[in-house]
Write a protein that binds this ligand. Sequence first.
Ligand SMILES: *Cc1c(COP(=O)(O)O)cnc(C)c1O
Length: 465
Amino acid sequence: MAVPRSSHSAPTASLSESRAALLKRAARAAMDYLEHEDTRSVAPSPKAVNALSVFRGPLPPGPTSAETVLHLLDEYGSPATIAKTAGRFFGFVNGGCLPAALAASWLVSTWDQNAAFFVQSPTAITLEEIALEWVREMLGLPVGTGGALVTGATMANFSALAAARHTICERAGWDVEADGLFGAPPITVVVGEEAHASVHKALSLLGMGRNRVVRMPVDGQGRMRANALPHLDDRTILCLQAGNVNTGAFDPAAAIIPAARAAGTWIHVDGAFGLWAGVSPEYHRWTKGFEQADSWATDAHKWPNIGYDCGIALVRDPSTLQAAMSMQASYLALGDHREPADYNPELSRRARGVELWAGLRSLGRSGMAEIVERTSEHARRFAAGLKAAGYEILNDVVINQVLVSFGTPEKTLATIARLQAEGTCWCGSTVWQGKTAMRISVSSWATTKEDVDRSLAAMLKAAQG
Ligand SMILES: *Cc1c(COP(=O)(O)O)cnc(C)c1O
């Protein structure tokens, strides 16, 4: 970019010296940021957010020194971030970033690898392949399952459902990649009433229509009712959910999948965070049966705490994903390796497999199980504390999600607003089956019991007005 260079093509000694000084300064800024994580408000102050206006203004006509650029970012950018690293951000389902994954991301940014093809980065492609296999193993999926690393579960749902679309069209003698969906034999898609919005978005991107779905009724936890299964055949895609974004509940896979498999239906699982519960012997019962599906979407940036962004699409028969995603061009000469570009919607992409490998290597199986168990225990502690104070818990706290009502919708929303402004922690709102609630998602490796107790005290204070 606008790094001033001499007329030589190679960096001069002084340029590499100033680059090293800049990187050290960036590292120091990052460490300062982490050092102050515990004393600042989780949500930035309105003053810090207003100060972001310094970034506005017309495109500079000429260069700015990299030191000044970094200074601006740290001085005005850092204070207006959401403080996620301290372990008291409970909004959405956001994990933290494991130290090994963070360190790997510093290094991988320095390497600047393009993870499209092996020839562009043997390291990135090798580590991605290993990490994908470790994920398969951790989730207990069939040997031979393959997939792609994408930005998130939205794109993982998209990618897996593209493989499903390919397979069903091919069965009907239709080449959907070549000829599109105009005039194609119809595909029926069955989803639960509480399917995540990203499944609908993926279906819309794939030309299968966000509203052209058969919706299955659900129970009070958002689980599909197994006895309400519609007609299923081999022109059908059934989308199950492992871990509802509000309640954490799991569709009854063991009760549904055998009949769906027998009918030749393609079974897809949106398991953005919930699938990881199966790593823990204590929580494995929730994910039992999901391994019999044809495809799975999950996120490593949620429960595994790999840092953004890292979604994973997995397909029992990876050749179907390859058929949906590969492209040809004369300059794309391929070797004998697994080429990510053959399985991904993208061509050029960042080497997120390196961070995934680093995080999983640092955790091991027991480390991942421990995150699941610890965060779920924290969730139960929140629920027990809120219930003891007289507030209604709307869900069965089966994993790391808690829904709490503080009374009327107005009271609940006012409590959330006060809590966010007070700054000890951060929770968002939701409407669960008609009831306004505060949603607590404990997904960060960094959350301690003390964080839970401090946050619980802040919640109870906010609820009292
Ligand atoms: C978070 C989530 C998604 C979307 O994942 P992104 O990584 O934000 O794209 C999809 N489904 C479920 C169940 C989720 O929890």
